[in-house]
Design a protein. Structure first.
Length: 255
């Protein structure tokens, strides 16, 4: 299957260009969306069903993206506090039909293509996750209001460094080199795609002990267009949608 067809059918790439910290601006309010009583009841029922299905589920904090726009080479998000429960409770088609598309929670997440000092790119199968266990993903996660606010604003670059540290065990302040945002994928679940250069080899990377055991194991491939393209074509059915989008963006910048 051609990459352009996969891009069209399996991703929702909204913006695709190289962005640095000064090109991404996040407004933030700690005030949550005010749900009506009938909406709250629906959310609670959906959450109870999920807890029964997955007893280890955790109601962590999230950033809800109220609006997003790309203007004059700047990506602007207007966000507020939300939670995993509110996202789970509002993401179904039934909720949208009953209460409207504009009432759903849109959690902001980040993910990255990792490139090691010996020019390998890294991917792995998720060991534990909410809905993609066993599938191939890049390093990724939801931005956290308790961890990712810098100078009173959500900081996606800080968030991606935190995720890398948690999921690999490396030092986010010493072992990470250049980080570039490649664009935005997703409308209902906005995902900022990154490319990150490490200051260590693949063997050095896998010798670390991660804070969170998120992957069964990592796989490494030569960082070149042909390698990424071959992996996508061979494994696209096992890639999460955001991972596919991030890989397609990473493939494109190597042109």
């Amino acid at each position: 299957m051609e990459l352009d067809k996969l891009r069209h059918e399996r991703t929702q790439i909204v913006t695709e260009c190289r962005l640095q910290l000064e090109n991404i601006y996040c407004l933030y309010s700690p005030i949550r969306i005010r749900f009506q009583d009938n909406e709250k009841l629906f959310i609670e029922r959906e959450w109870e069903k999920e807890v029964k299905r997955k007893p280890t589920i955790f109601n962590g904090k999230l950033f809800h993206v109220k609006t997003q726009e790309f203007l004059l080479h700047q990506l602007v998000f207007n966000t507020c506090m939300s939670s995993f429960k509110e996202w789970i409770g509002t993401k179904s088609d039934k909720f949208k039909k009953l209460f409207g598309q504009n009432r759903i929670i849109k959690p902001l997440s980040v993910g990255t293509m990792i490139v090691t000092a010996d020019n390998k790119w890294i991917i792995g199968r998720r060991l534990k996750t909410y809905d993609f266990e066993g599938q191939y993903t890049l390093l990724a996660g939801y931005m956290d209001p308790d961890k990712d606010i810098v100078n009173s604003k959500p900081d996606p670059f800080f968030a991606i460094k935190r995720e890398i540290e948690e999921e690999t065990g490396i030092n986010k302040n010493c072992d990470i080199g250049n980080i570039t945002c490649l664009g935005l994928d997703g409308i209902d679940q906005p995902y900022l795609a990154f490319s990150t250069q490490l200051k260590m080899s693949y063997n050095e990377l896998i010798s670390n002990m991660p804070e969170e055991k998120e992957f069964k194991k990592f796989e490494a491939y030569q960082h070149e267009r042909r390698s990424i393209e071959n992996f996508i074509i061979s494994n696209y059915k096992e890639l999460t949608p955001h991972t596919l989008a991030n890989m397609l963006m990473s493939h494109k910048v190597l042109e």
